[in-house]
Design a protein around this ligand. Structure first.
Ligand code: PLP
Length: 369
């Protein structure tokens, strides 16, 4: 039996960049400074430059990046925050943990991102922010979303956890809203050797608040103006991430090449292939197909040594932990159908062509049997 083709492979990414990562880790170990410090400041500068934004604030993970962004915008109890019914639970958990109420809207059926035509019906007097999620590496339709938010005095906080380096009409995602939140979980397009996150903004007052909020609300040591978080990026992760940042565009380009190969090779099968939004640069964090025989296809691929995964099988509107929001089955038809049909097939920059071809051949075999 041939070895399994995995869905993602952070170890392969380590091997592809091992000398630089080992050297970065040794440097931090020898520095004696393991939390924040110059390594974090250096990565924040580089990442802000890469995105084309003024400020970047390193935090503990992507979920806390969202939570700290809400706190910095003064969003909490009594406020409503809109986001999509089809995203990682983290997006919605961050809203709940902030004490605010998530208001979910359905997704666009082809892009799997927030459907801007649904915003009006979800707006109330308590709406404080909207979170477009650049799911699977695809930029959400930022232009209509940001224009709508500006019209209604609503903040835009982008969830960029799956879309490092993705672009929209010439700008990187994370630079369109009031704040852009990133995760550096190891399998993300830019991944740490552990947890990490970042909040980006052009707003100096917001950046200053974010910096205070990540360290117990203190500006001066041991003087606390506000109650904050403990959510700091550690120096080891910052050094590793900084050493990998130079590779991000190349790795994303490779993800797009693999995606193009899949698009050509899988065309004609009874599948829905990813549709890229016009004006957007998709960075294929995941290559997600849709198929009405999804469960049978997934089972077949797994038995043939092709790893697949469903992101996400249960719509958020039907999650037990969100039952108090009172959503009913059938209320979010696009998200509900999507959850039944989607399947992520292997996609990572270090994939060998022989692996890519094996995925294609095995999918073809399923439909021929
Ligand atoms: C990974 C992810 C998060 C959370 O990031 P963590 O670093 O795991 O906390 C948030 N939103 C989306 C869409 C994600 O994929």
């Amino acid at each position: 039996m041939m070895p399994t083709v995995t869905c993602s492979n952070p170890y392969a990414q380590y091997l592809a960049h091992q000398d630089e990562i080992d050297e970065a880790i040794r440097r931090v170990l020898a520095s004696g400074r393991y939390i924040l410090g110059e390594e974090v400041a250096a990565f924040e500068r580089e990442f802000a430059d890469y995105l084309g934004v003024r400020y970047a604030v390193g935090v503990g993970n992507g979920t806390e990046a969202l939570g700290i962004a809400f706190a910095a915008c003064g969003i909490g109890r009594g406020d409503e925050v809109m986001t999509v019914s089809h995203t990682a639970v983290a997006t919605v958990a961050a809203i709940e943990l902030a004490g605010a109420t998530p208001v979910l809207v359905d997704i666009e059926p082809e892009y799997f991102t927030l459907d801007p035509t649904r915003l009006d019906e979800a707006l109330t007097a308590r709406t404080k922010a909207v979170i477009p999620v650049h799911l699977y590496g695809q930029p959400a339709e930022l232009e209509p979303i940001v224009a709508w938010a500006r019209r209604h005095g609503v903040r835009v906080i982008e969830d960029c956890a799956q879309a490092h380096g993705a672009a929209y009409q010439g700008g990187r995602v994370g630079t369109f809203g009031d704040a852009g939140c990133f995760s550096f979980y190891p399998t993300k397009n830019l991944g740490a050797m552990g947890d990490g996150g970042m909040v980006c903004t052009d707003d100096v007052a917001l950046a200053e608040k974010l910096r205070r909020l990540r360290v117990h609300g203190s500006q001066k040591k041991y003087v606390h103006d506000i109650v904050g978080f403990n959510s700091r990026l550690d120096s080891l992760q910052a050094a590793v991430l900084n050493s990998k940042l130079d590779c991000l565009d190349r790795w994303n380009a490779r993800r797009r090449e693999i995606a193009q190969y899949y698009q050509k090779a899988l065309a004609g099968l009874p599948l829905r292939l990813p549709v890229s939004e016009e004006g957007g640069t998709h960075v294929y964090h995941l290559f997600v197909i849709a198929c009405d025989r999804r469960d049978a296809l997934a089972e077949f691929l797994k038995t043939k040594g092709v790893d697949v995964a469903v992101y996400y099988p249960v719509p958020l509107t039907l999650q037990p932990c969100l039952a108090h929001l009172g959503y009913r089955q059938g209320q979010f038809p696009v998200a509900e159908r999507t959850a039944k049909e989607i399947l992520a097939i292997p996609e990572f920059p270090q994939m060998a062509m022989v692996q890519v071809r094996r995925v294609v051949a095995t999918v073809g075999e399923f439909f021929r049997q």
